[in-house]
Design a protein around this ligand. Structure first.
Ligand code: AMP
Ligand code: GLY
Length: 420
């Protein structure tokens, strides 16, 4: 079987590598991918994620069994609908089902309608009304651009002034363009943050282990929000009871709600949750795998990944199994300056193998092909599975210490919350 993965980051590297390791898979293409992926035998295809008709033509010419869609913007642009119209199978939600991610207001409406626990909120396109709501509710309060904004459209405001400024930037200064033409303003939720992922087809779903991302750039959750600087799974301090509660109060009603709305969901459902005193509540839904969470979740999958996705696409029952023991932890190495301006072209260390797995995100061969160079904000990620958090941290940080070089940085405390 030949497969295609759409996307170019560490998430797509982990998806494609796991697919290539599945019995029955000969070739995995990644469009457009990044050069680091070729070190794992993945084949790059020079087509951008926005070029749906070229991707479709490629899949037809190369007899691709199905295509796995990685990124949110491709889903929001209707890539799955276009593949299906061409008679091709693609794993990911339709444009209408993916609205759970690409409109925070839509996600809120669904949650209210189907009684899914989430923060109280208001949606505004008028700045004066948004400001009046902020003044009425007080701080802390959270201001979110309605549309996709690369994870950067959320401001957790500690003061009323900060919140008003954020609403001003989004609604009047067009900071996020159309994505910020409406804002969702919501109650600040206090508690431990974690993520739940599921493979979904309609009302059938298969839960994955719990995961915890680290969104801020620097140690101690300081600095600006990023795409994610490291993660681990499972989260030892989130009990099975909490997961069961989230499945009953969040996953089931949302999936049934999407069916009732005529937008049945197929693909990965990603729920960003906060465990409050009243139980788990939703802070966001994403319509795709997380990055960097995929890189620490998929190594724990012990069944045949390609077969699992094939079965789900064929509406068949499948058996998905996970490593029961230990913990998988990964640390992202990023370009100095990320998520703001940064330089490219730092020569990367040799790929770690064996107990440590390397997933590449922003990596490109030098012109002579002799070296792999940094070529993006997040550059690569080291992942390992060990008995517990401290064993995993020790192994990864010893390796990162050897790989340290000017122009790149990483957080030193990934997983430390699980030690407390
Ligand atoms: P999001 O892009 O929606 O995941 O938001 C980015 C980050 O902002 C989240 O990872 C949370 O840490 C924080 N956040 C978002 N919404 C809330 C909320 N209602 N209460 C507290 N923190 C929030
Ligand atoms: N790691 C956060 C995300 O993928 O949205």
């Amino acid at each position: 079987m030949k497969l295609l993965v759409v996307g170019s980051g560490g998430r797509e590297h982990a998806i494609a590598k796991k697919l290539l390791e599945s019995d029955g898979v000969e070739t995995v293409f990644v469009a457009p991918g990044n050069d680091g992926m070729t070190l794992d035998g993945l084949q790059l295809v020079d087509i951008a994620i926005s070029e749906h008709s070229k991707l479709i033509a490629f899949a037809q010419e190369h007899d691709i069994a199905w295509t796995f869609i990685g990124p949110d913007d491709a889903l929001a642009a209707g890539i799955v609908d276009d593949f299906n119209t061409a008679g091709l199978k693609a794993f990911g939600p339709s444009r209408l089902a993916a609205e759970l991610e690409w409109s925070k207001d839509f996600a809120k409406e669904i949650m209210v309608k189907y009684q899914v626990p989430t923060a109280a909120y208001g949606t505004f396109s008028d700045f004066q009304e948004a400001k009046a709501y902020i003044l009425e509710k007080g701080a802390p309060i959270v201001v979110k651009a309605d549309g996709l904004a690369l994870g950067k459209g959320v401001v957790v405001a500690e003061t009323v002034d900060q919140a008003v400024e954020a609403a001003h930037e989004m609604l009047l200064d067009n900071k996020f363009g159309d994505s910020g033409a409406r804002v969702v303003i919501e109650e600040f939720l206090e508690g431990e943050e974690f993520s739940l992922f599921a493979f979904v087809n309609g009302d059938k779903f298969y839960m994955m282990p719990t995961a915890q991302d680290h969104k801020r750039a620097y140690d101690g959750d300081k600095g600006p929000n990023t795409g994610g600087m490291g993660a681990y799974a499972p989260v030892p301090h989130i009990s099975q009871d909490v997961v069961d509660q989230a499945v009953e109060t969040i996953v089931k009603p949302v999936l049934n709600g999407m069916i009732a709305e005529g937008r049945p969901y197929l693909g990965i459902l990603y729920a960003g949750l906060i465990l409050t005193d009243e139980g788990p509540k939703v802070i966001e839904f994403n319509a795709r795998f997380g990055d960097p969470e995929t890189q620490i979740i998929l190594p724990r999958l012990t069944s045949n990944f390609a077969q699992n996705i094939t079965d789900i696409l064929d509406q068949k029952e499948t058996t998905i199994t996970w490593l029961e023991e230990g913990l998988t932890l990964g640390v992202v190495v990023a370009s100095e300056g990320y998520p703001l301006a940064y330089d490219k072209g730092v020569v990367l260390p040799a790929k770690s193998e064996g107990e440590i797995v390397t997933y590449y995100a922003g990596a490109k061969f030098s012109a002579d092909g002799q070296a792999l160079l940094s070529n993006g904000g997040r550059v690569y990620m080291l992942v390992t599975t060990a008995d517990d958090v401290s064993a995993a941290q020790t192994r990864i940080y010893q390796e990162l210490d050897k790989q340290k070089r000017p122009g790149l940085f990483y957080r030193n405390d990934i997983g430390s919350k699980a030690l407390k």
